[in-house]
Design a protein around this ligand. Sequence first.
Ligand SMILES: [Zn+2]
Length: 392
Amino acid sequence: MRYLKADYIFPISQPPIKNGVVAVADDGRIISVNSPRSIVDNVEEFKGILCPGFINTHCHLELSHMNGVIPEKTGLAGFIKIFIAVRKTFSSEQIQRGIEAGENEMLENGIMAVGDICNVSDTFHQKAKRNLKYYNFIEGFDFFPENTEAEIKRVNGVIEELMQIDERANYSLVPHAPYSVSEKYFQTFSKTSPGKILSIHNQESAEENLMFSEKRGKIIEFFSSLGMDFSKWKASGVNSLESYLGFLPKANNLILVHNTFTNSDDINFAEAYSKNIYWVTCPNANLYIENKLPDYNLFIDAGAKMTIGTDSLASNHSLSILDEMKTISSHFPELKLEMLLQWATLNGAKALGFQGELGSFETGKKPGVLLIDNVNLDKVSLSSESKVKRLV
Ligand SMILES: [Zn+2]
């Protein structure tokens, strides 16, 4: 048994406790979160704050080898263009080394579980080592209905590979993005089994909304330049989210990723549609690609359930939830650390269905214990120097 004390404990399931103590069993299970007076000896004291391990609700571990390859601030169409050109230029050794290094980076940065997008099977052997907990989103895109059958066959093949490598792995089939999935393919997700979790990249660029509302802009221009024929593709006349959300079942958790160009009408539309929507923000990737952040106040005002993701090292400099929180704090200093930590821990655990074990200091859970030091204790906020270390 260990007794861990710090300037502040953030149990997440209850308000922060000044000079609190968390008691943890040798197997990592939380025994209790106590007020300062109730524990006297064997206390390990730390400067800073203690919180549960982080949950990364959006990553592409299979792209970790692309760290620093694509230039910043190209816009989404520019990013995809370079991505397609360079993705096939790496050896399988380079890819595997990237995956291992990416996972190590997440472990060192206090991440306990990851919602990870998989287009291919490259990460499955590393994940089978169970260093980290994963929910695998096996992602497909067909663009047009003539490709739907072939794409379904392809993604089912990826799932077969996953089951051969690790038959207990968590997974679901998911659509990539509104602009890359046909209505025919979208409709297949209405039959998603109960309990499976869905995820989709949503409104990452203004061009995506322009495509759906007016059938124009850089996304259509770019894919047309690759020879794709959009002549039969119809604009819905509304933003992308409102165009496709009705295809996805209301009963399953749905993780909407990015939401950089989501407005309050879009948020209200989605929240009215389903109570099981979780919004992921990946601020460093948004700055990397589009140089813009979501307006977090819109989501907070609507009572949206926010979570945090790192996206991949193709569009980020680190796989660190703390780095994402620092970016949010520096642009939105009015947002309280208590709320950001809830996004980074319990909300993410709920989104991925891991809340029974992870996300908060509640008796019986094994959420991991992180120390964040170099915090501003007067304001109880992060500083640019804040660092994270996993204690349990
Ligand atoms: Zn992504």
